[in-house]
Design a protein around this ligand. Structure first.
Ligand code: GLA
Length: 392
C-alpha cells in the first residue's frame, strides 16, 4: 500500500501558441526511438485492446466489501458504463481473511464478503460484467494479507474455480526473489488452469518491466502509485509516454488506475482520461461510482475518447511537440485517422495549435463537434482532443 506523492514536471509559462507542422507527420511514419518489436512469448488471447473497468482501491483503500462491489456493478450497468466498455469489476487488496484455511486455501474475509468470491463472480457475470481480484507475488500483500509466493498453482486454481476473470498481481514482500521468477510462476499457473484470466503485473515499473512485460502479462504498471492530483498524473504520464514502443495488442503499459472523479478539477479529470486514452492505457475507473455525478459519468463514458483508447491498431501516442509546458501528442488509428491531443501542463490558460498534413476532417472529441482547425484556448492543466481524418 503506497500512496506517495510525486513531483510535478509542469509549470512553465502559458500564453504562447505553438504549431506542430510537418514534424507531426515525420513522427507518424517513423517508429518511436527504442521501439524494437517486443518478443511475444506470452499470448493468452486476451486484452487485444486495453482492459476497461473499475477498481475500488483509489477511492476506498483497503475498505472493500462485497456490498460495495455489488452496488458498483449495478451502477456500472445503470449508468451505461458497462455498455461503453467498462466490463471488469476489480476487487483490490483487503478482500482476504488474515490467514489461509486449514487446507492452505485463500479465503475471503467472512464479515466483509459473507457470500464469498464465487457468489460475487456469479452475480457480476449475471450483469454481463467480469470479476477481477488482487493478490501479491510475495509473502504478504501490501495490506498484510497472505501472499501467493510459493502458492501460485493452488491460488490460480482457486481463482479459476471461483470464476475470476482478471488478476492484479502486486509486488510487496517479494522475498528478494527476482521479479521474472515470481511473475513467471503465476503466469504459468494461470495458464495451467485453462481459464482465460487477464494478468496484470503490478510491480511499479521495477526491473524495467516494460522491456519484458509482454512475455509475462497483459499489462504492467510503469510507476509507483498514482494520487488524485495533477502533479501525480503528470509525473506518471511523463514516465509512461516514452515507453510507447513496448506496448501493443495483448500487452499494455499501465500508468495506474484513473483518479477521475476523485477531487481533481474538471479540466484535470478530462486531461487524465485523454492522456490515458492517447497512451492506449487500461481505463480502470477508480472513483466511487455509486455516488458519482452525471458530469463525471459522462466524462468516463465519452465514446469518442474511448474509441481512441480502444483503437484496434494498438499503437500508443508519442509526444511530438513539447514547449514550455504546452504539448502535442499524436496517435495513429487503424482506419488511417490520427488522434491529436493538445495538453496544457501550465497553471494558466494557453492557446495551442496543431496541424496534420492532408487533413480532411476534424472532430473535437470533448465538444462532439466538427471543427475547421485544431486551435484552442486550452484551460490550465487541461486538454483539447481531436480525431483527424486525412487523405493519407
Ligand atoms: C500497491 C498497489 C496499489 C494497491 C495497493 C493495495 O500499492 O500499487 O495499486 O493495489 O498496493 O494495498
Amino acid at each position: 500500500m503506497r500512496r506517495d506523492g510525486r513531483g510535478s514536471r509542469g509549470g512553465g509559462r502559458g500564453g504562447r501558441g505553438i504549431c506542430a507542422l510537418l514534424a507531426v507527420l515525420a513522427v507518424l511514419v517513423l517508429l518511436p526511438a527504442g521501439a524494437a518489436e517486443p518478443v511475444r512469448r506470452f499470448d493468452n488471447g486476451l486484452a487485444l485492446t486495453p482492459p476497461m473497468g473499475w477498481n475500488d482501491y483509489n477511492a476506498f483503500g483497503l475498505e472493500v466489501t462485497e456490498d460495495l462491489i455489488r452496488r458498483t456493478a449495478d451502477r456500472m450497468v445503470s449508468s451505461g458504463l458497462r455498455d461503453a466498455g467498462y466490463v471488469y469489476v476489480n476487487v483490490d487488496d483487503g478482500w482476504m481473511a488474515a490467514t489461509r484455511d486449514a487446507s492452505g486455501d485463500l479465503r475471503a474475509d467472512p464479515d466483509r464478503f459473507p457470500h464469498g468470491i464465487k457468489a460475487l463472480a456469479d452475480y457480476v457475470h449475471g450483469l454481463g460484467l467480469r470479476l477481477g481480484i488482487y493478490e501479491d507475488a510475495g509473502t504478504r500483500t501490501c495490506g498484510g494479507y497472505p501472499g501467493s509466493l510459493g502458492f501460485e498453482e493452488l491460488d490460480a486454481r482457486q481463482f479459476a474455480s471461483w470464476g475470476v476473470d482478471y488478476l492484479k498481481y502486486d509486488t510487496c514482500y517479494d522475498g528478494s526473489v527476482p521479479a521474472r521468477q515470481r511473475y513467471g510462476a503465476m503466469r504459468d499457473a494461470l495458464a495451467a488452469t485453462g481459464r482465460p484470466i487477464v494478468y496484470s503485473i503490478c510491480n511499479w515499473g521495477a526491473e524495467r518491466v516494460w522491456a519484458w512485460g509482454s512475455g509475462y502479462g497483459n499489462l504492467w504498471r510503469t510507476t509507483t502509485d498514482i494520487q488524485p492530483t495533477f502533479a501525480s498524473f503528470l509525473s506518471v504520464f511523463h514516465a509512461t509516454v516514452t515507453l510507447a514502443g513496448y506496448a501493443g495488442p495483448g500487452g499494455w503499459n499501465d500508468p495506474d488506475m484513473l483518479e477521475v472523479g476523485n477531487g481533481m478539477t474538471a479540466a484535470e479529470d478530462r486531461a487524465e482520461l485523454s492522456l490515458w486514452a492517447m497512451m492506449a492505457a487500461p481505463l480502470i475507473a477508480g472513483n466511487d461510482l455509486t455516488t458519482a455525478g452525471d458530469a463525471v459519468l459522462a466524462d468516463l463514458g465519452n465514446r469518442d475518447v474511448i474509441a481512441v483508447d480502444q483503437d484496434p491498431l494498438g499503437r500508443p501516442a508519442t509526444l511530438v511537440s513539447a514547449h514550455d509546458g504546452l504539448d502535442v501528442l499524436t496517435r495513429p488509428l487503424a482506419n488511417g485517422d490520427v488522434a491529436v491531443l493538445l495538453f496544457n501542463e501550465t497553471a494558466r490558460a494557453a492557446t495551442i495549435t496543431a496541424t496534420v498534413p492532408g487533413t480532411q476532417s476534424i472532430r473535437d472529441l470533448w465538444n462532439g463537434t466538427t471543427v475547421a482547425a485544431m486551435t484552442a484556448l486550452v484551460p490550465a492543466h487541461g486538454v483539447a482532443m481531436y480525431r483527424v481524418g486525412t487523405s493519407g
